[in-house]
Design a binder for this molecule. Structure first.
Ligand code: HEM
Length: 468
């Protein structure tokens, strides 16, 4: 006898199912489902059945069945209007081919280079803040993360040359994100999206032409894309290069900005732990010292805080797949035609895995506790399996450096004491958050660096922080 389908959560409305609640408060819906039925349950989005899979065992099935019984392309189809057929939006063989190029962007030597670029860009931002003032943290960090991505992936010269126009266009492109409406409706946001895409293409194409003419002059991620050839020897089309660049920026910038901002917020809300971070920064990365990746890896307390943010405030709070063949999950069968979903907001708060899960407690990852190591599918803020985030190390390094340099040089205070999670069509992030800052006195900074005189380097040099 075949297994039953997962039980449906209470509260479905005739015709609509849980669609309205899913839109207004999907976390509450997921939590209720978990309380009513445990790790496997179903919701209805109008006529569409969706199986919700919680916990490491279920996550394992979700990620290991992706590209087999579960499809990744359809749920992200709405992104095609923005980026065409790139990465997991492309047929599987094309995806595998493109993936090798993207992985190339994150190999060790490139990461060393990105670490330098990140530090320079972050330092330019810190210098621009002046001695004291107030900022809206989320927009500042979003802008900073854009600068980092632009300088790392487009290369400093190109990013400087394109200036702010690139990001203004990019924002118009990203605002066209809509998983629900048909992407070709004549709505103003879709018209702006298409115009922005055409303009981005027209400003990047001459750059690609120049790089094809003089490949020997460049050695960066853009050049790797420009040099890309298909197995039959053909060079990659200009469209594909532009789409890959834009797709990477999209995957990486709001997500990183959200979790970077939460790291700063949660540290400020937890002064005892913040003191440990500050001590660590003074010892490992005092003012003026170049923070190379070896030092970054010694910033344990910051990296545990960054991981705790992945757990408590994941920028990506759910992932979807289409069920292309029946799949068994524990005692249930999920039939073809359903959707399958994982829900980080619930899965990262399971008391069986995480002690006192509602508490910010980065020491849960310290030696002796290592709660995240119980199962490789316990924490899934960066996904899992083949499609696990390619930019994870990049994002973690960036969040670590932003946190280290900011707390190294500034005393900070939250003006918005309790920022709320804001969920939209894209990444989850903190709502508007005002932050008051005061630069530490020069004497204190110099005293920090005097702790390690032999290793103190020159002040970081200026880079291309195009802001107006
Ligand atoms: C905190 C920051 C980030 C978070 C939370 C995040 C999260 C994720 C998640 C959950 C997935 C899996 C999607 C799925 O299985 O459906 C993913 C995939 C991906 N991410 Fe990230 N990401 C972040 C930063 C970045 C950055 C900085 C980049 C690149 C610059 C990036 C590039 C990618 C790419 C290319 C994929 C697709 C991988 C594949 O299908 O092979 N991400 N990310």
């Amino acid at each position: 006898m075949s297994k039953p389908t997962p039980p449906v959560v209470s509260g479905a409305l005739p015709g609509l199912g849980h669609a309205l609640e899913f839109r207004s408060d999907r976390t509450a819906l997921m939590r209720r489902g978990f309380e009513e039925h445990g790790n496997t349950f179903a919701i209805k989005l109008a006529n569409q059945n969706v199986a919700i899979l919680i916990g490491p065992e279920n996550h394992r099935t979700f990620f290991m069945e992706t590209d087999k019984a579960l499809g990744i392309q359809e749920p992200y189809r709405f992104l095609r209007a923005m980026f065409g057929e790139v990465l997991f939006l492309a047929p599987h063989d094309v995806y595998l081919d493109q993936r090798t190029v993207v992985l190339e962007a994150f190999r060790r030597e490139k990461m060393l280079h990105y670490a330098d670029v990140m530090q320079e860009v972050i330092q330019v931002w810190l210098d621009r803040l002046g001695d004291s003032g107030e900022i809206e943290l989320v927009s500042e960090i979003t802008h900073l993360v854009q600068e980092v991505a632009g300088n790392c992936f487009l290369g400093r010269e190109v990013h400087q040359q394109l200036g702010r126009e690139f990001w203004d266009l990019y924002i118009d492109l990203a605002k066209g994100l809509d998983p629900l409406l048909p992407p070709n409706l004549p709505l103003p946001k879709f018209v702006r999206r298409d115009r922005a895409k055409a303009r981005l293409q027209s400003i990047l194409e001459p750059v690609i032409v120049e790089r094809r003419r003089h490949p020997e002059r460049y050695d960066d991620f853009l050049q790797d894309l420009v040099n890309k050839r298909y197995p039959d020897g053909r060079l990659a089309e200009q469209d594909l290069i532009v789409n890959l660049l834009l797709g990477l920026m999209f995957a990486g910038h709001e997500t990183t900005a959200g979790q970077a901002a939460w790291t700063i917020i949660l540290l400020l809300q937890n002064p005892d732990y913040l003191r440990l971070v500050q001590q660590e920064v003074q010892q490992v990365a005092p003012y003026g010292v170049h923070i190379d990746p070896r030092r970054t890896m010694q910033l344990d307390h910051i990296s545990w805080a960054v991981r705790e943010v992945e757990r408590m405030r994941p920028s990506v709070d759910m992932l979807m797949r289409t069920v292309e063949q029946d799949v068994e999950v524990g005692d249930y069968l999920i039939p073809q035609g359903w959707l399958a979903q994982v829900a980080q907001d619930v899965a990262h708060n399971l008391p069986a895995l995480f002690d006192d899960p509602e508490t910010f407690d980065p020491l849960r990852y310290a030696p002796g506790r290592t709660e995240d190591k119980q199962d490789r599918f316990a924490l899934i803020g960066f996904g899992g399996g083949t499609h696990k985030c390619t930019g994870m190390n990049f994002a973690n390094m960036e969040m670590t450096l932003i946190t280290a340099l900011l707390f190294q040089q500034f005393d900070l205070e939250l003006v918005t004491a309790h920022p709320q999670v804001q969920r939209g069509l894209g990444a989850s992030r903190p709502g508007r958050t005002l932050l008051r800052y005061r630069r530490k006195p020069q004497s204190e900074l110099l005293a920090q660096s005097a702790l390690q005189p032999a290793e103190t380097g020159a002040a970081p040099s200026a880079t291309t922080f195009s802001r107006n």
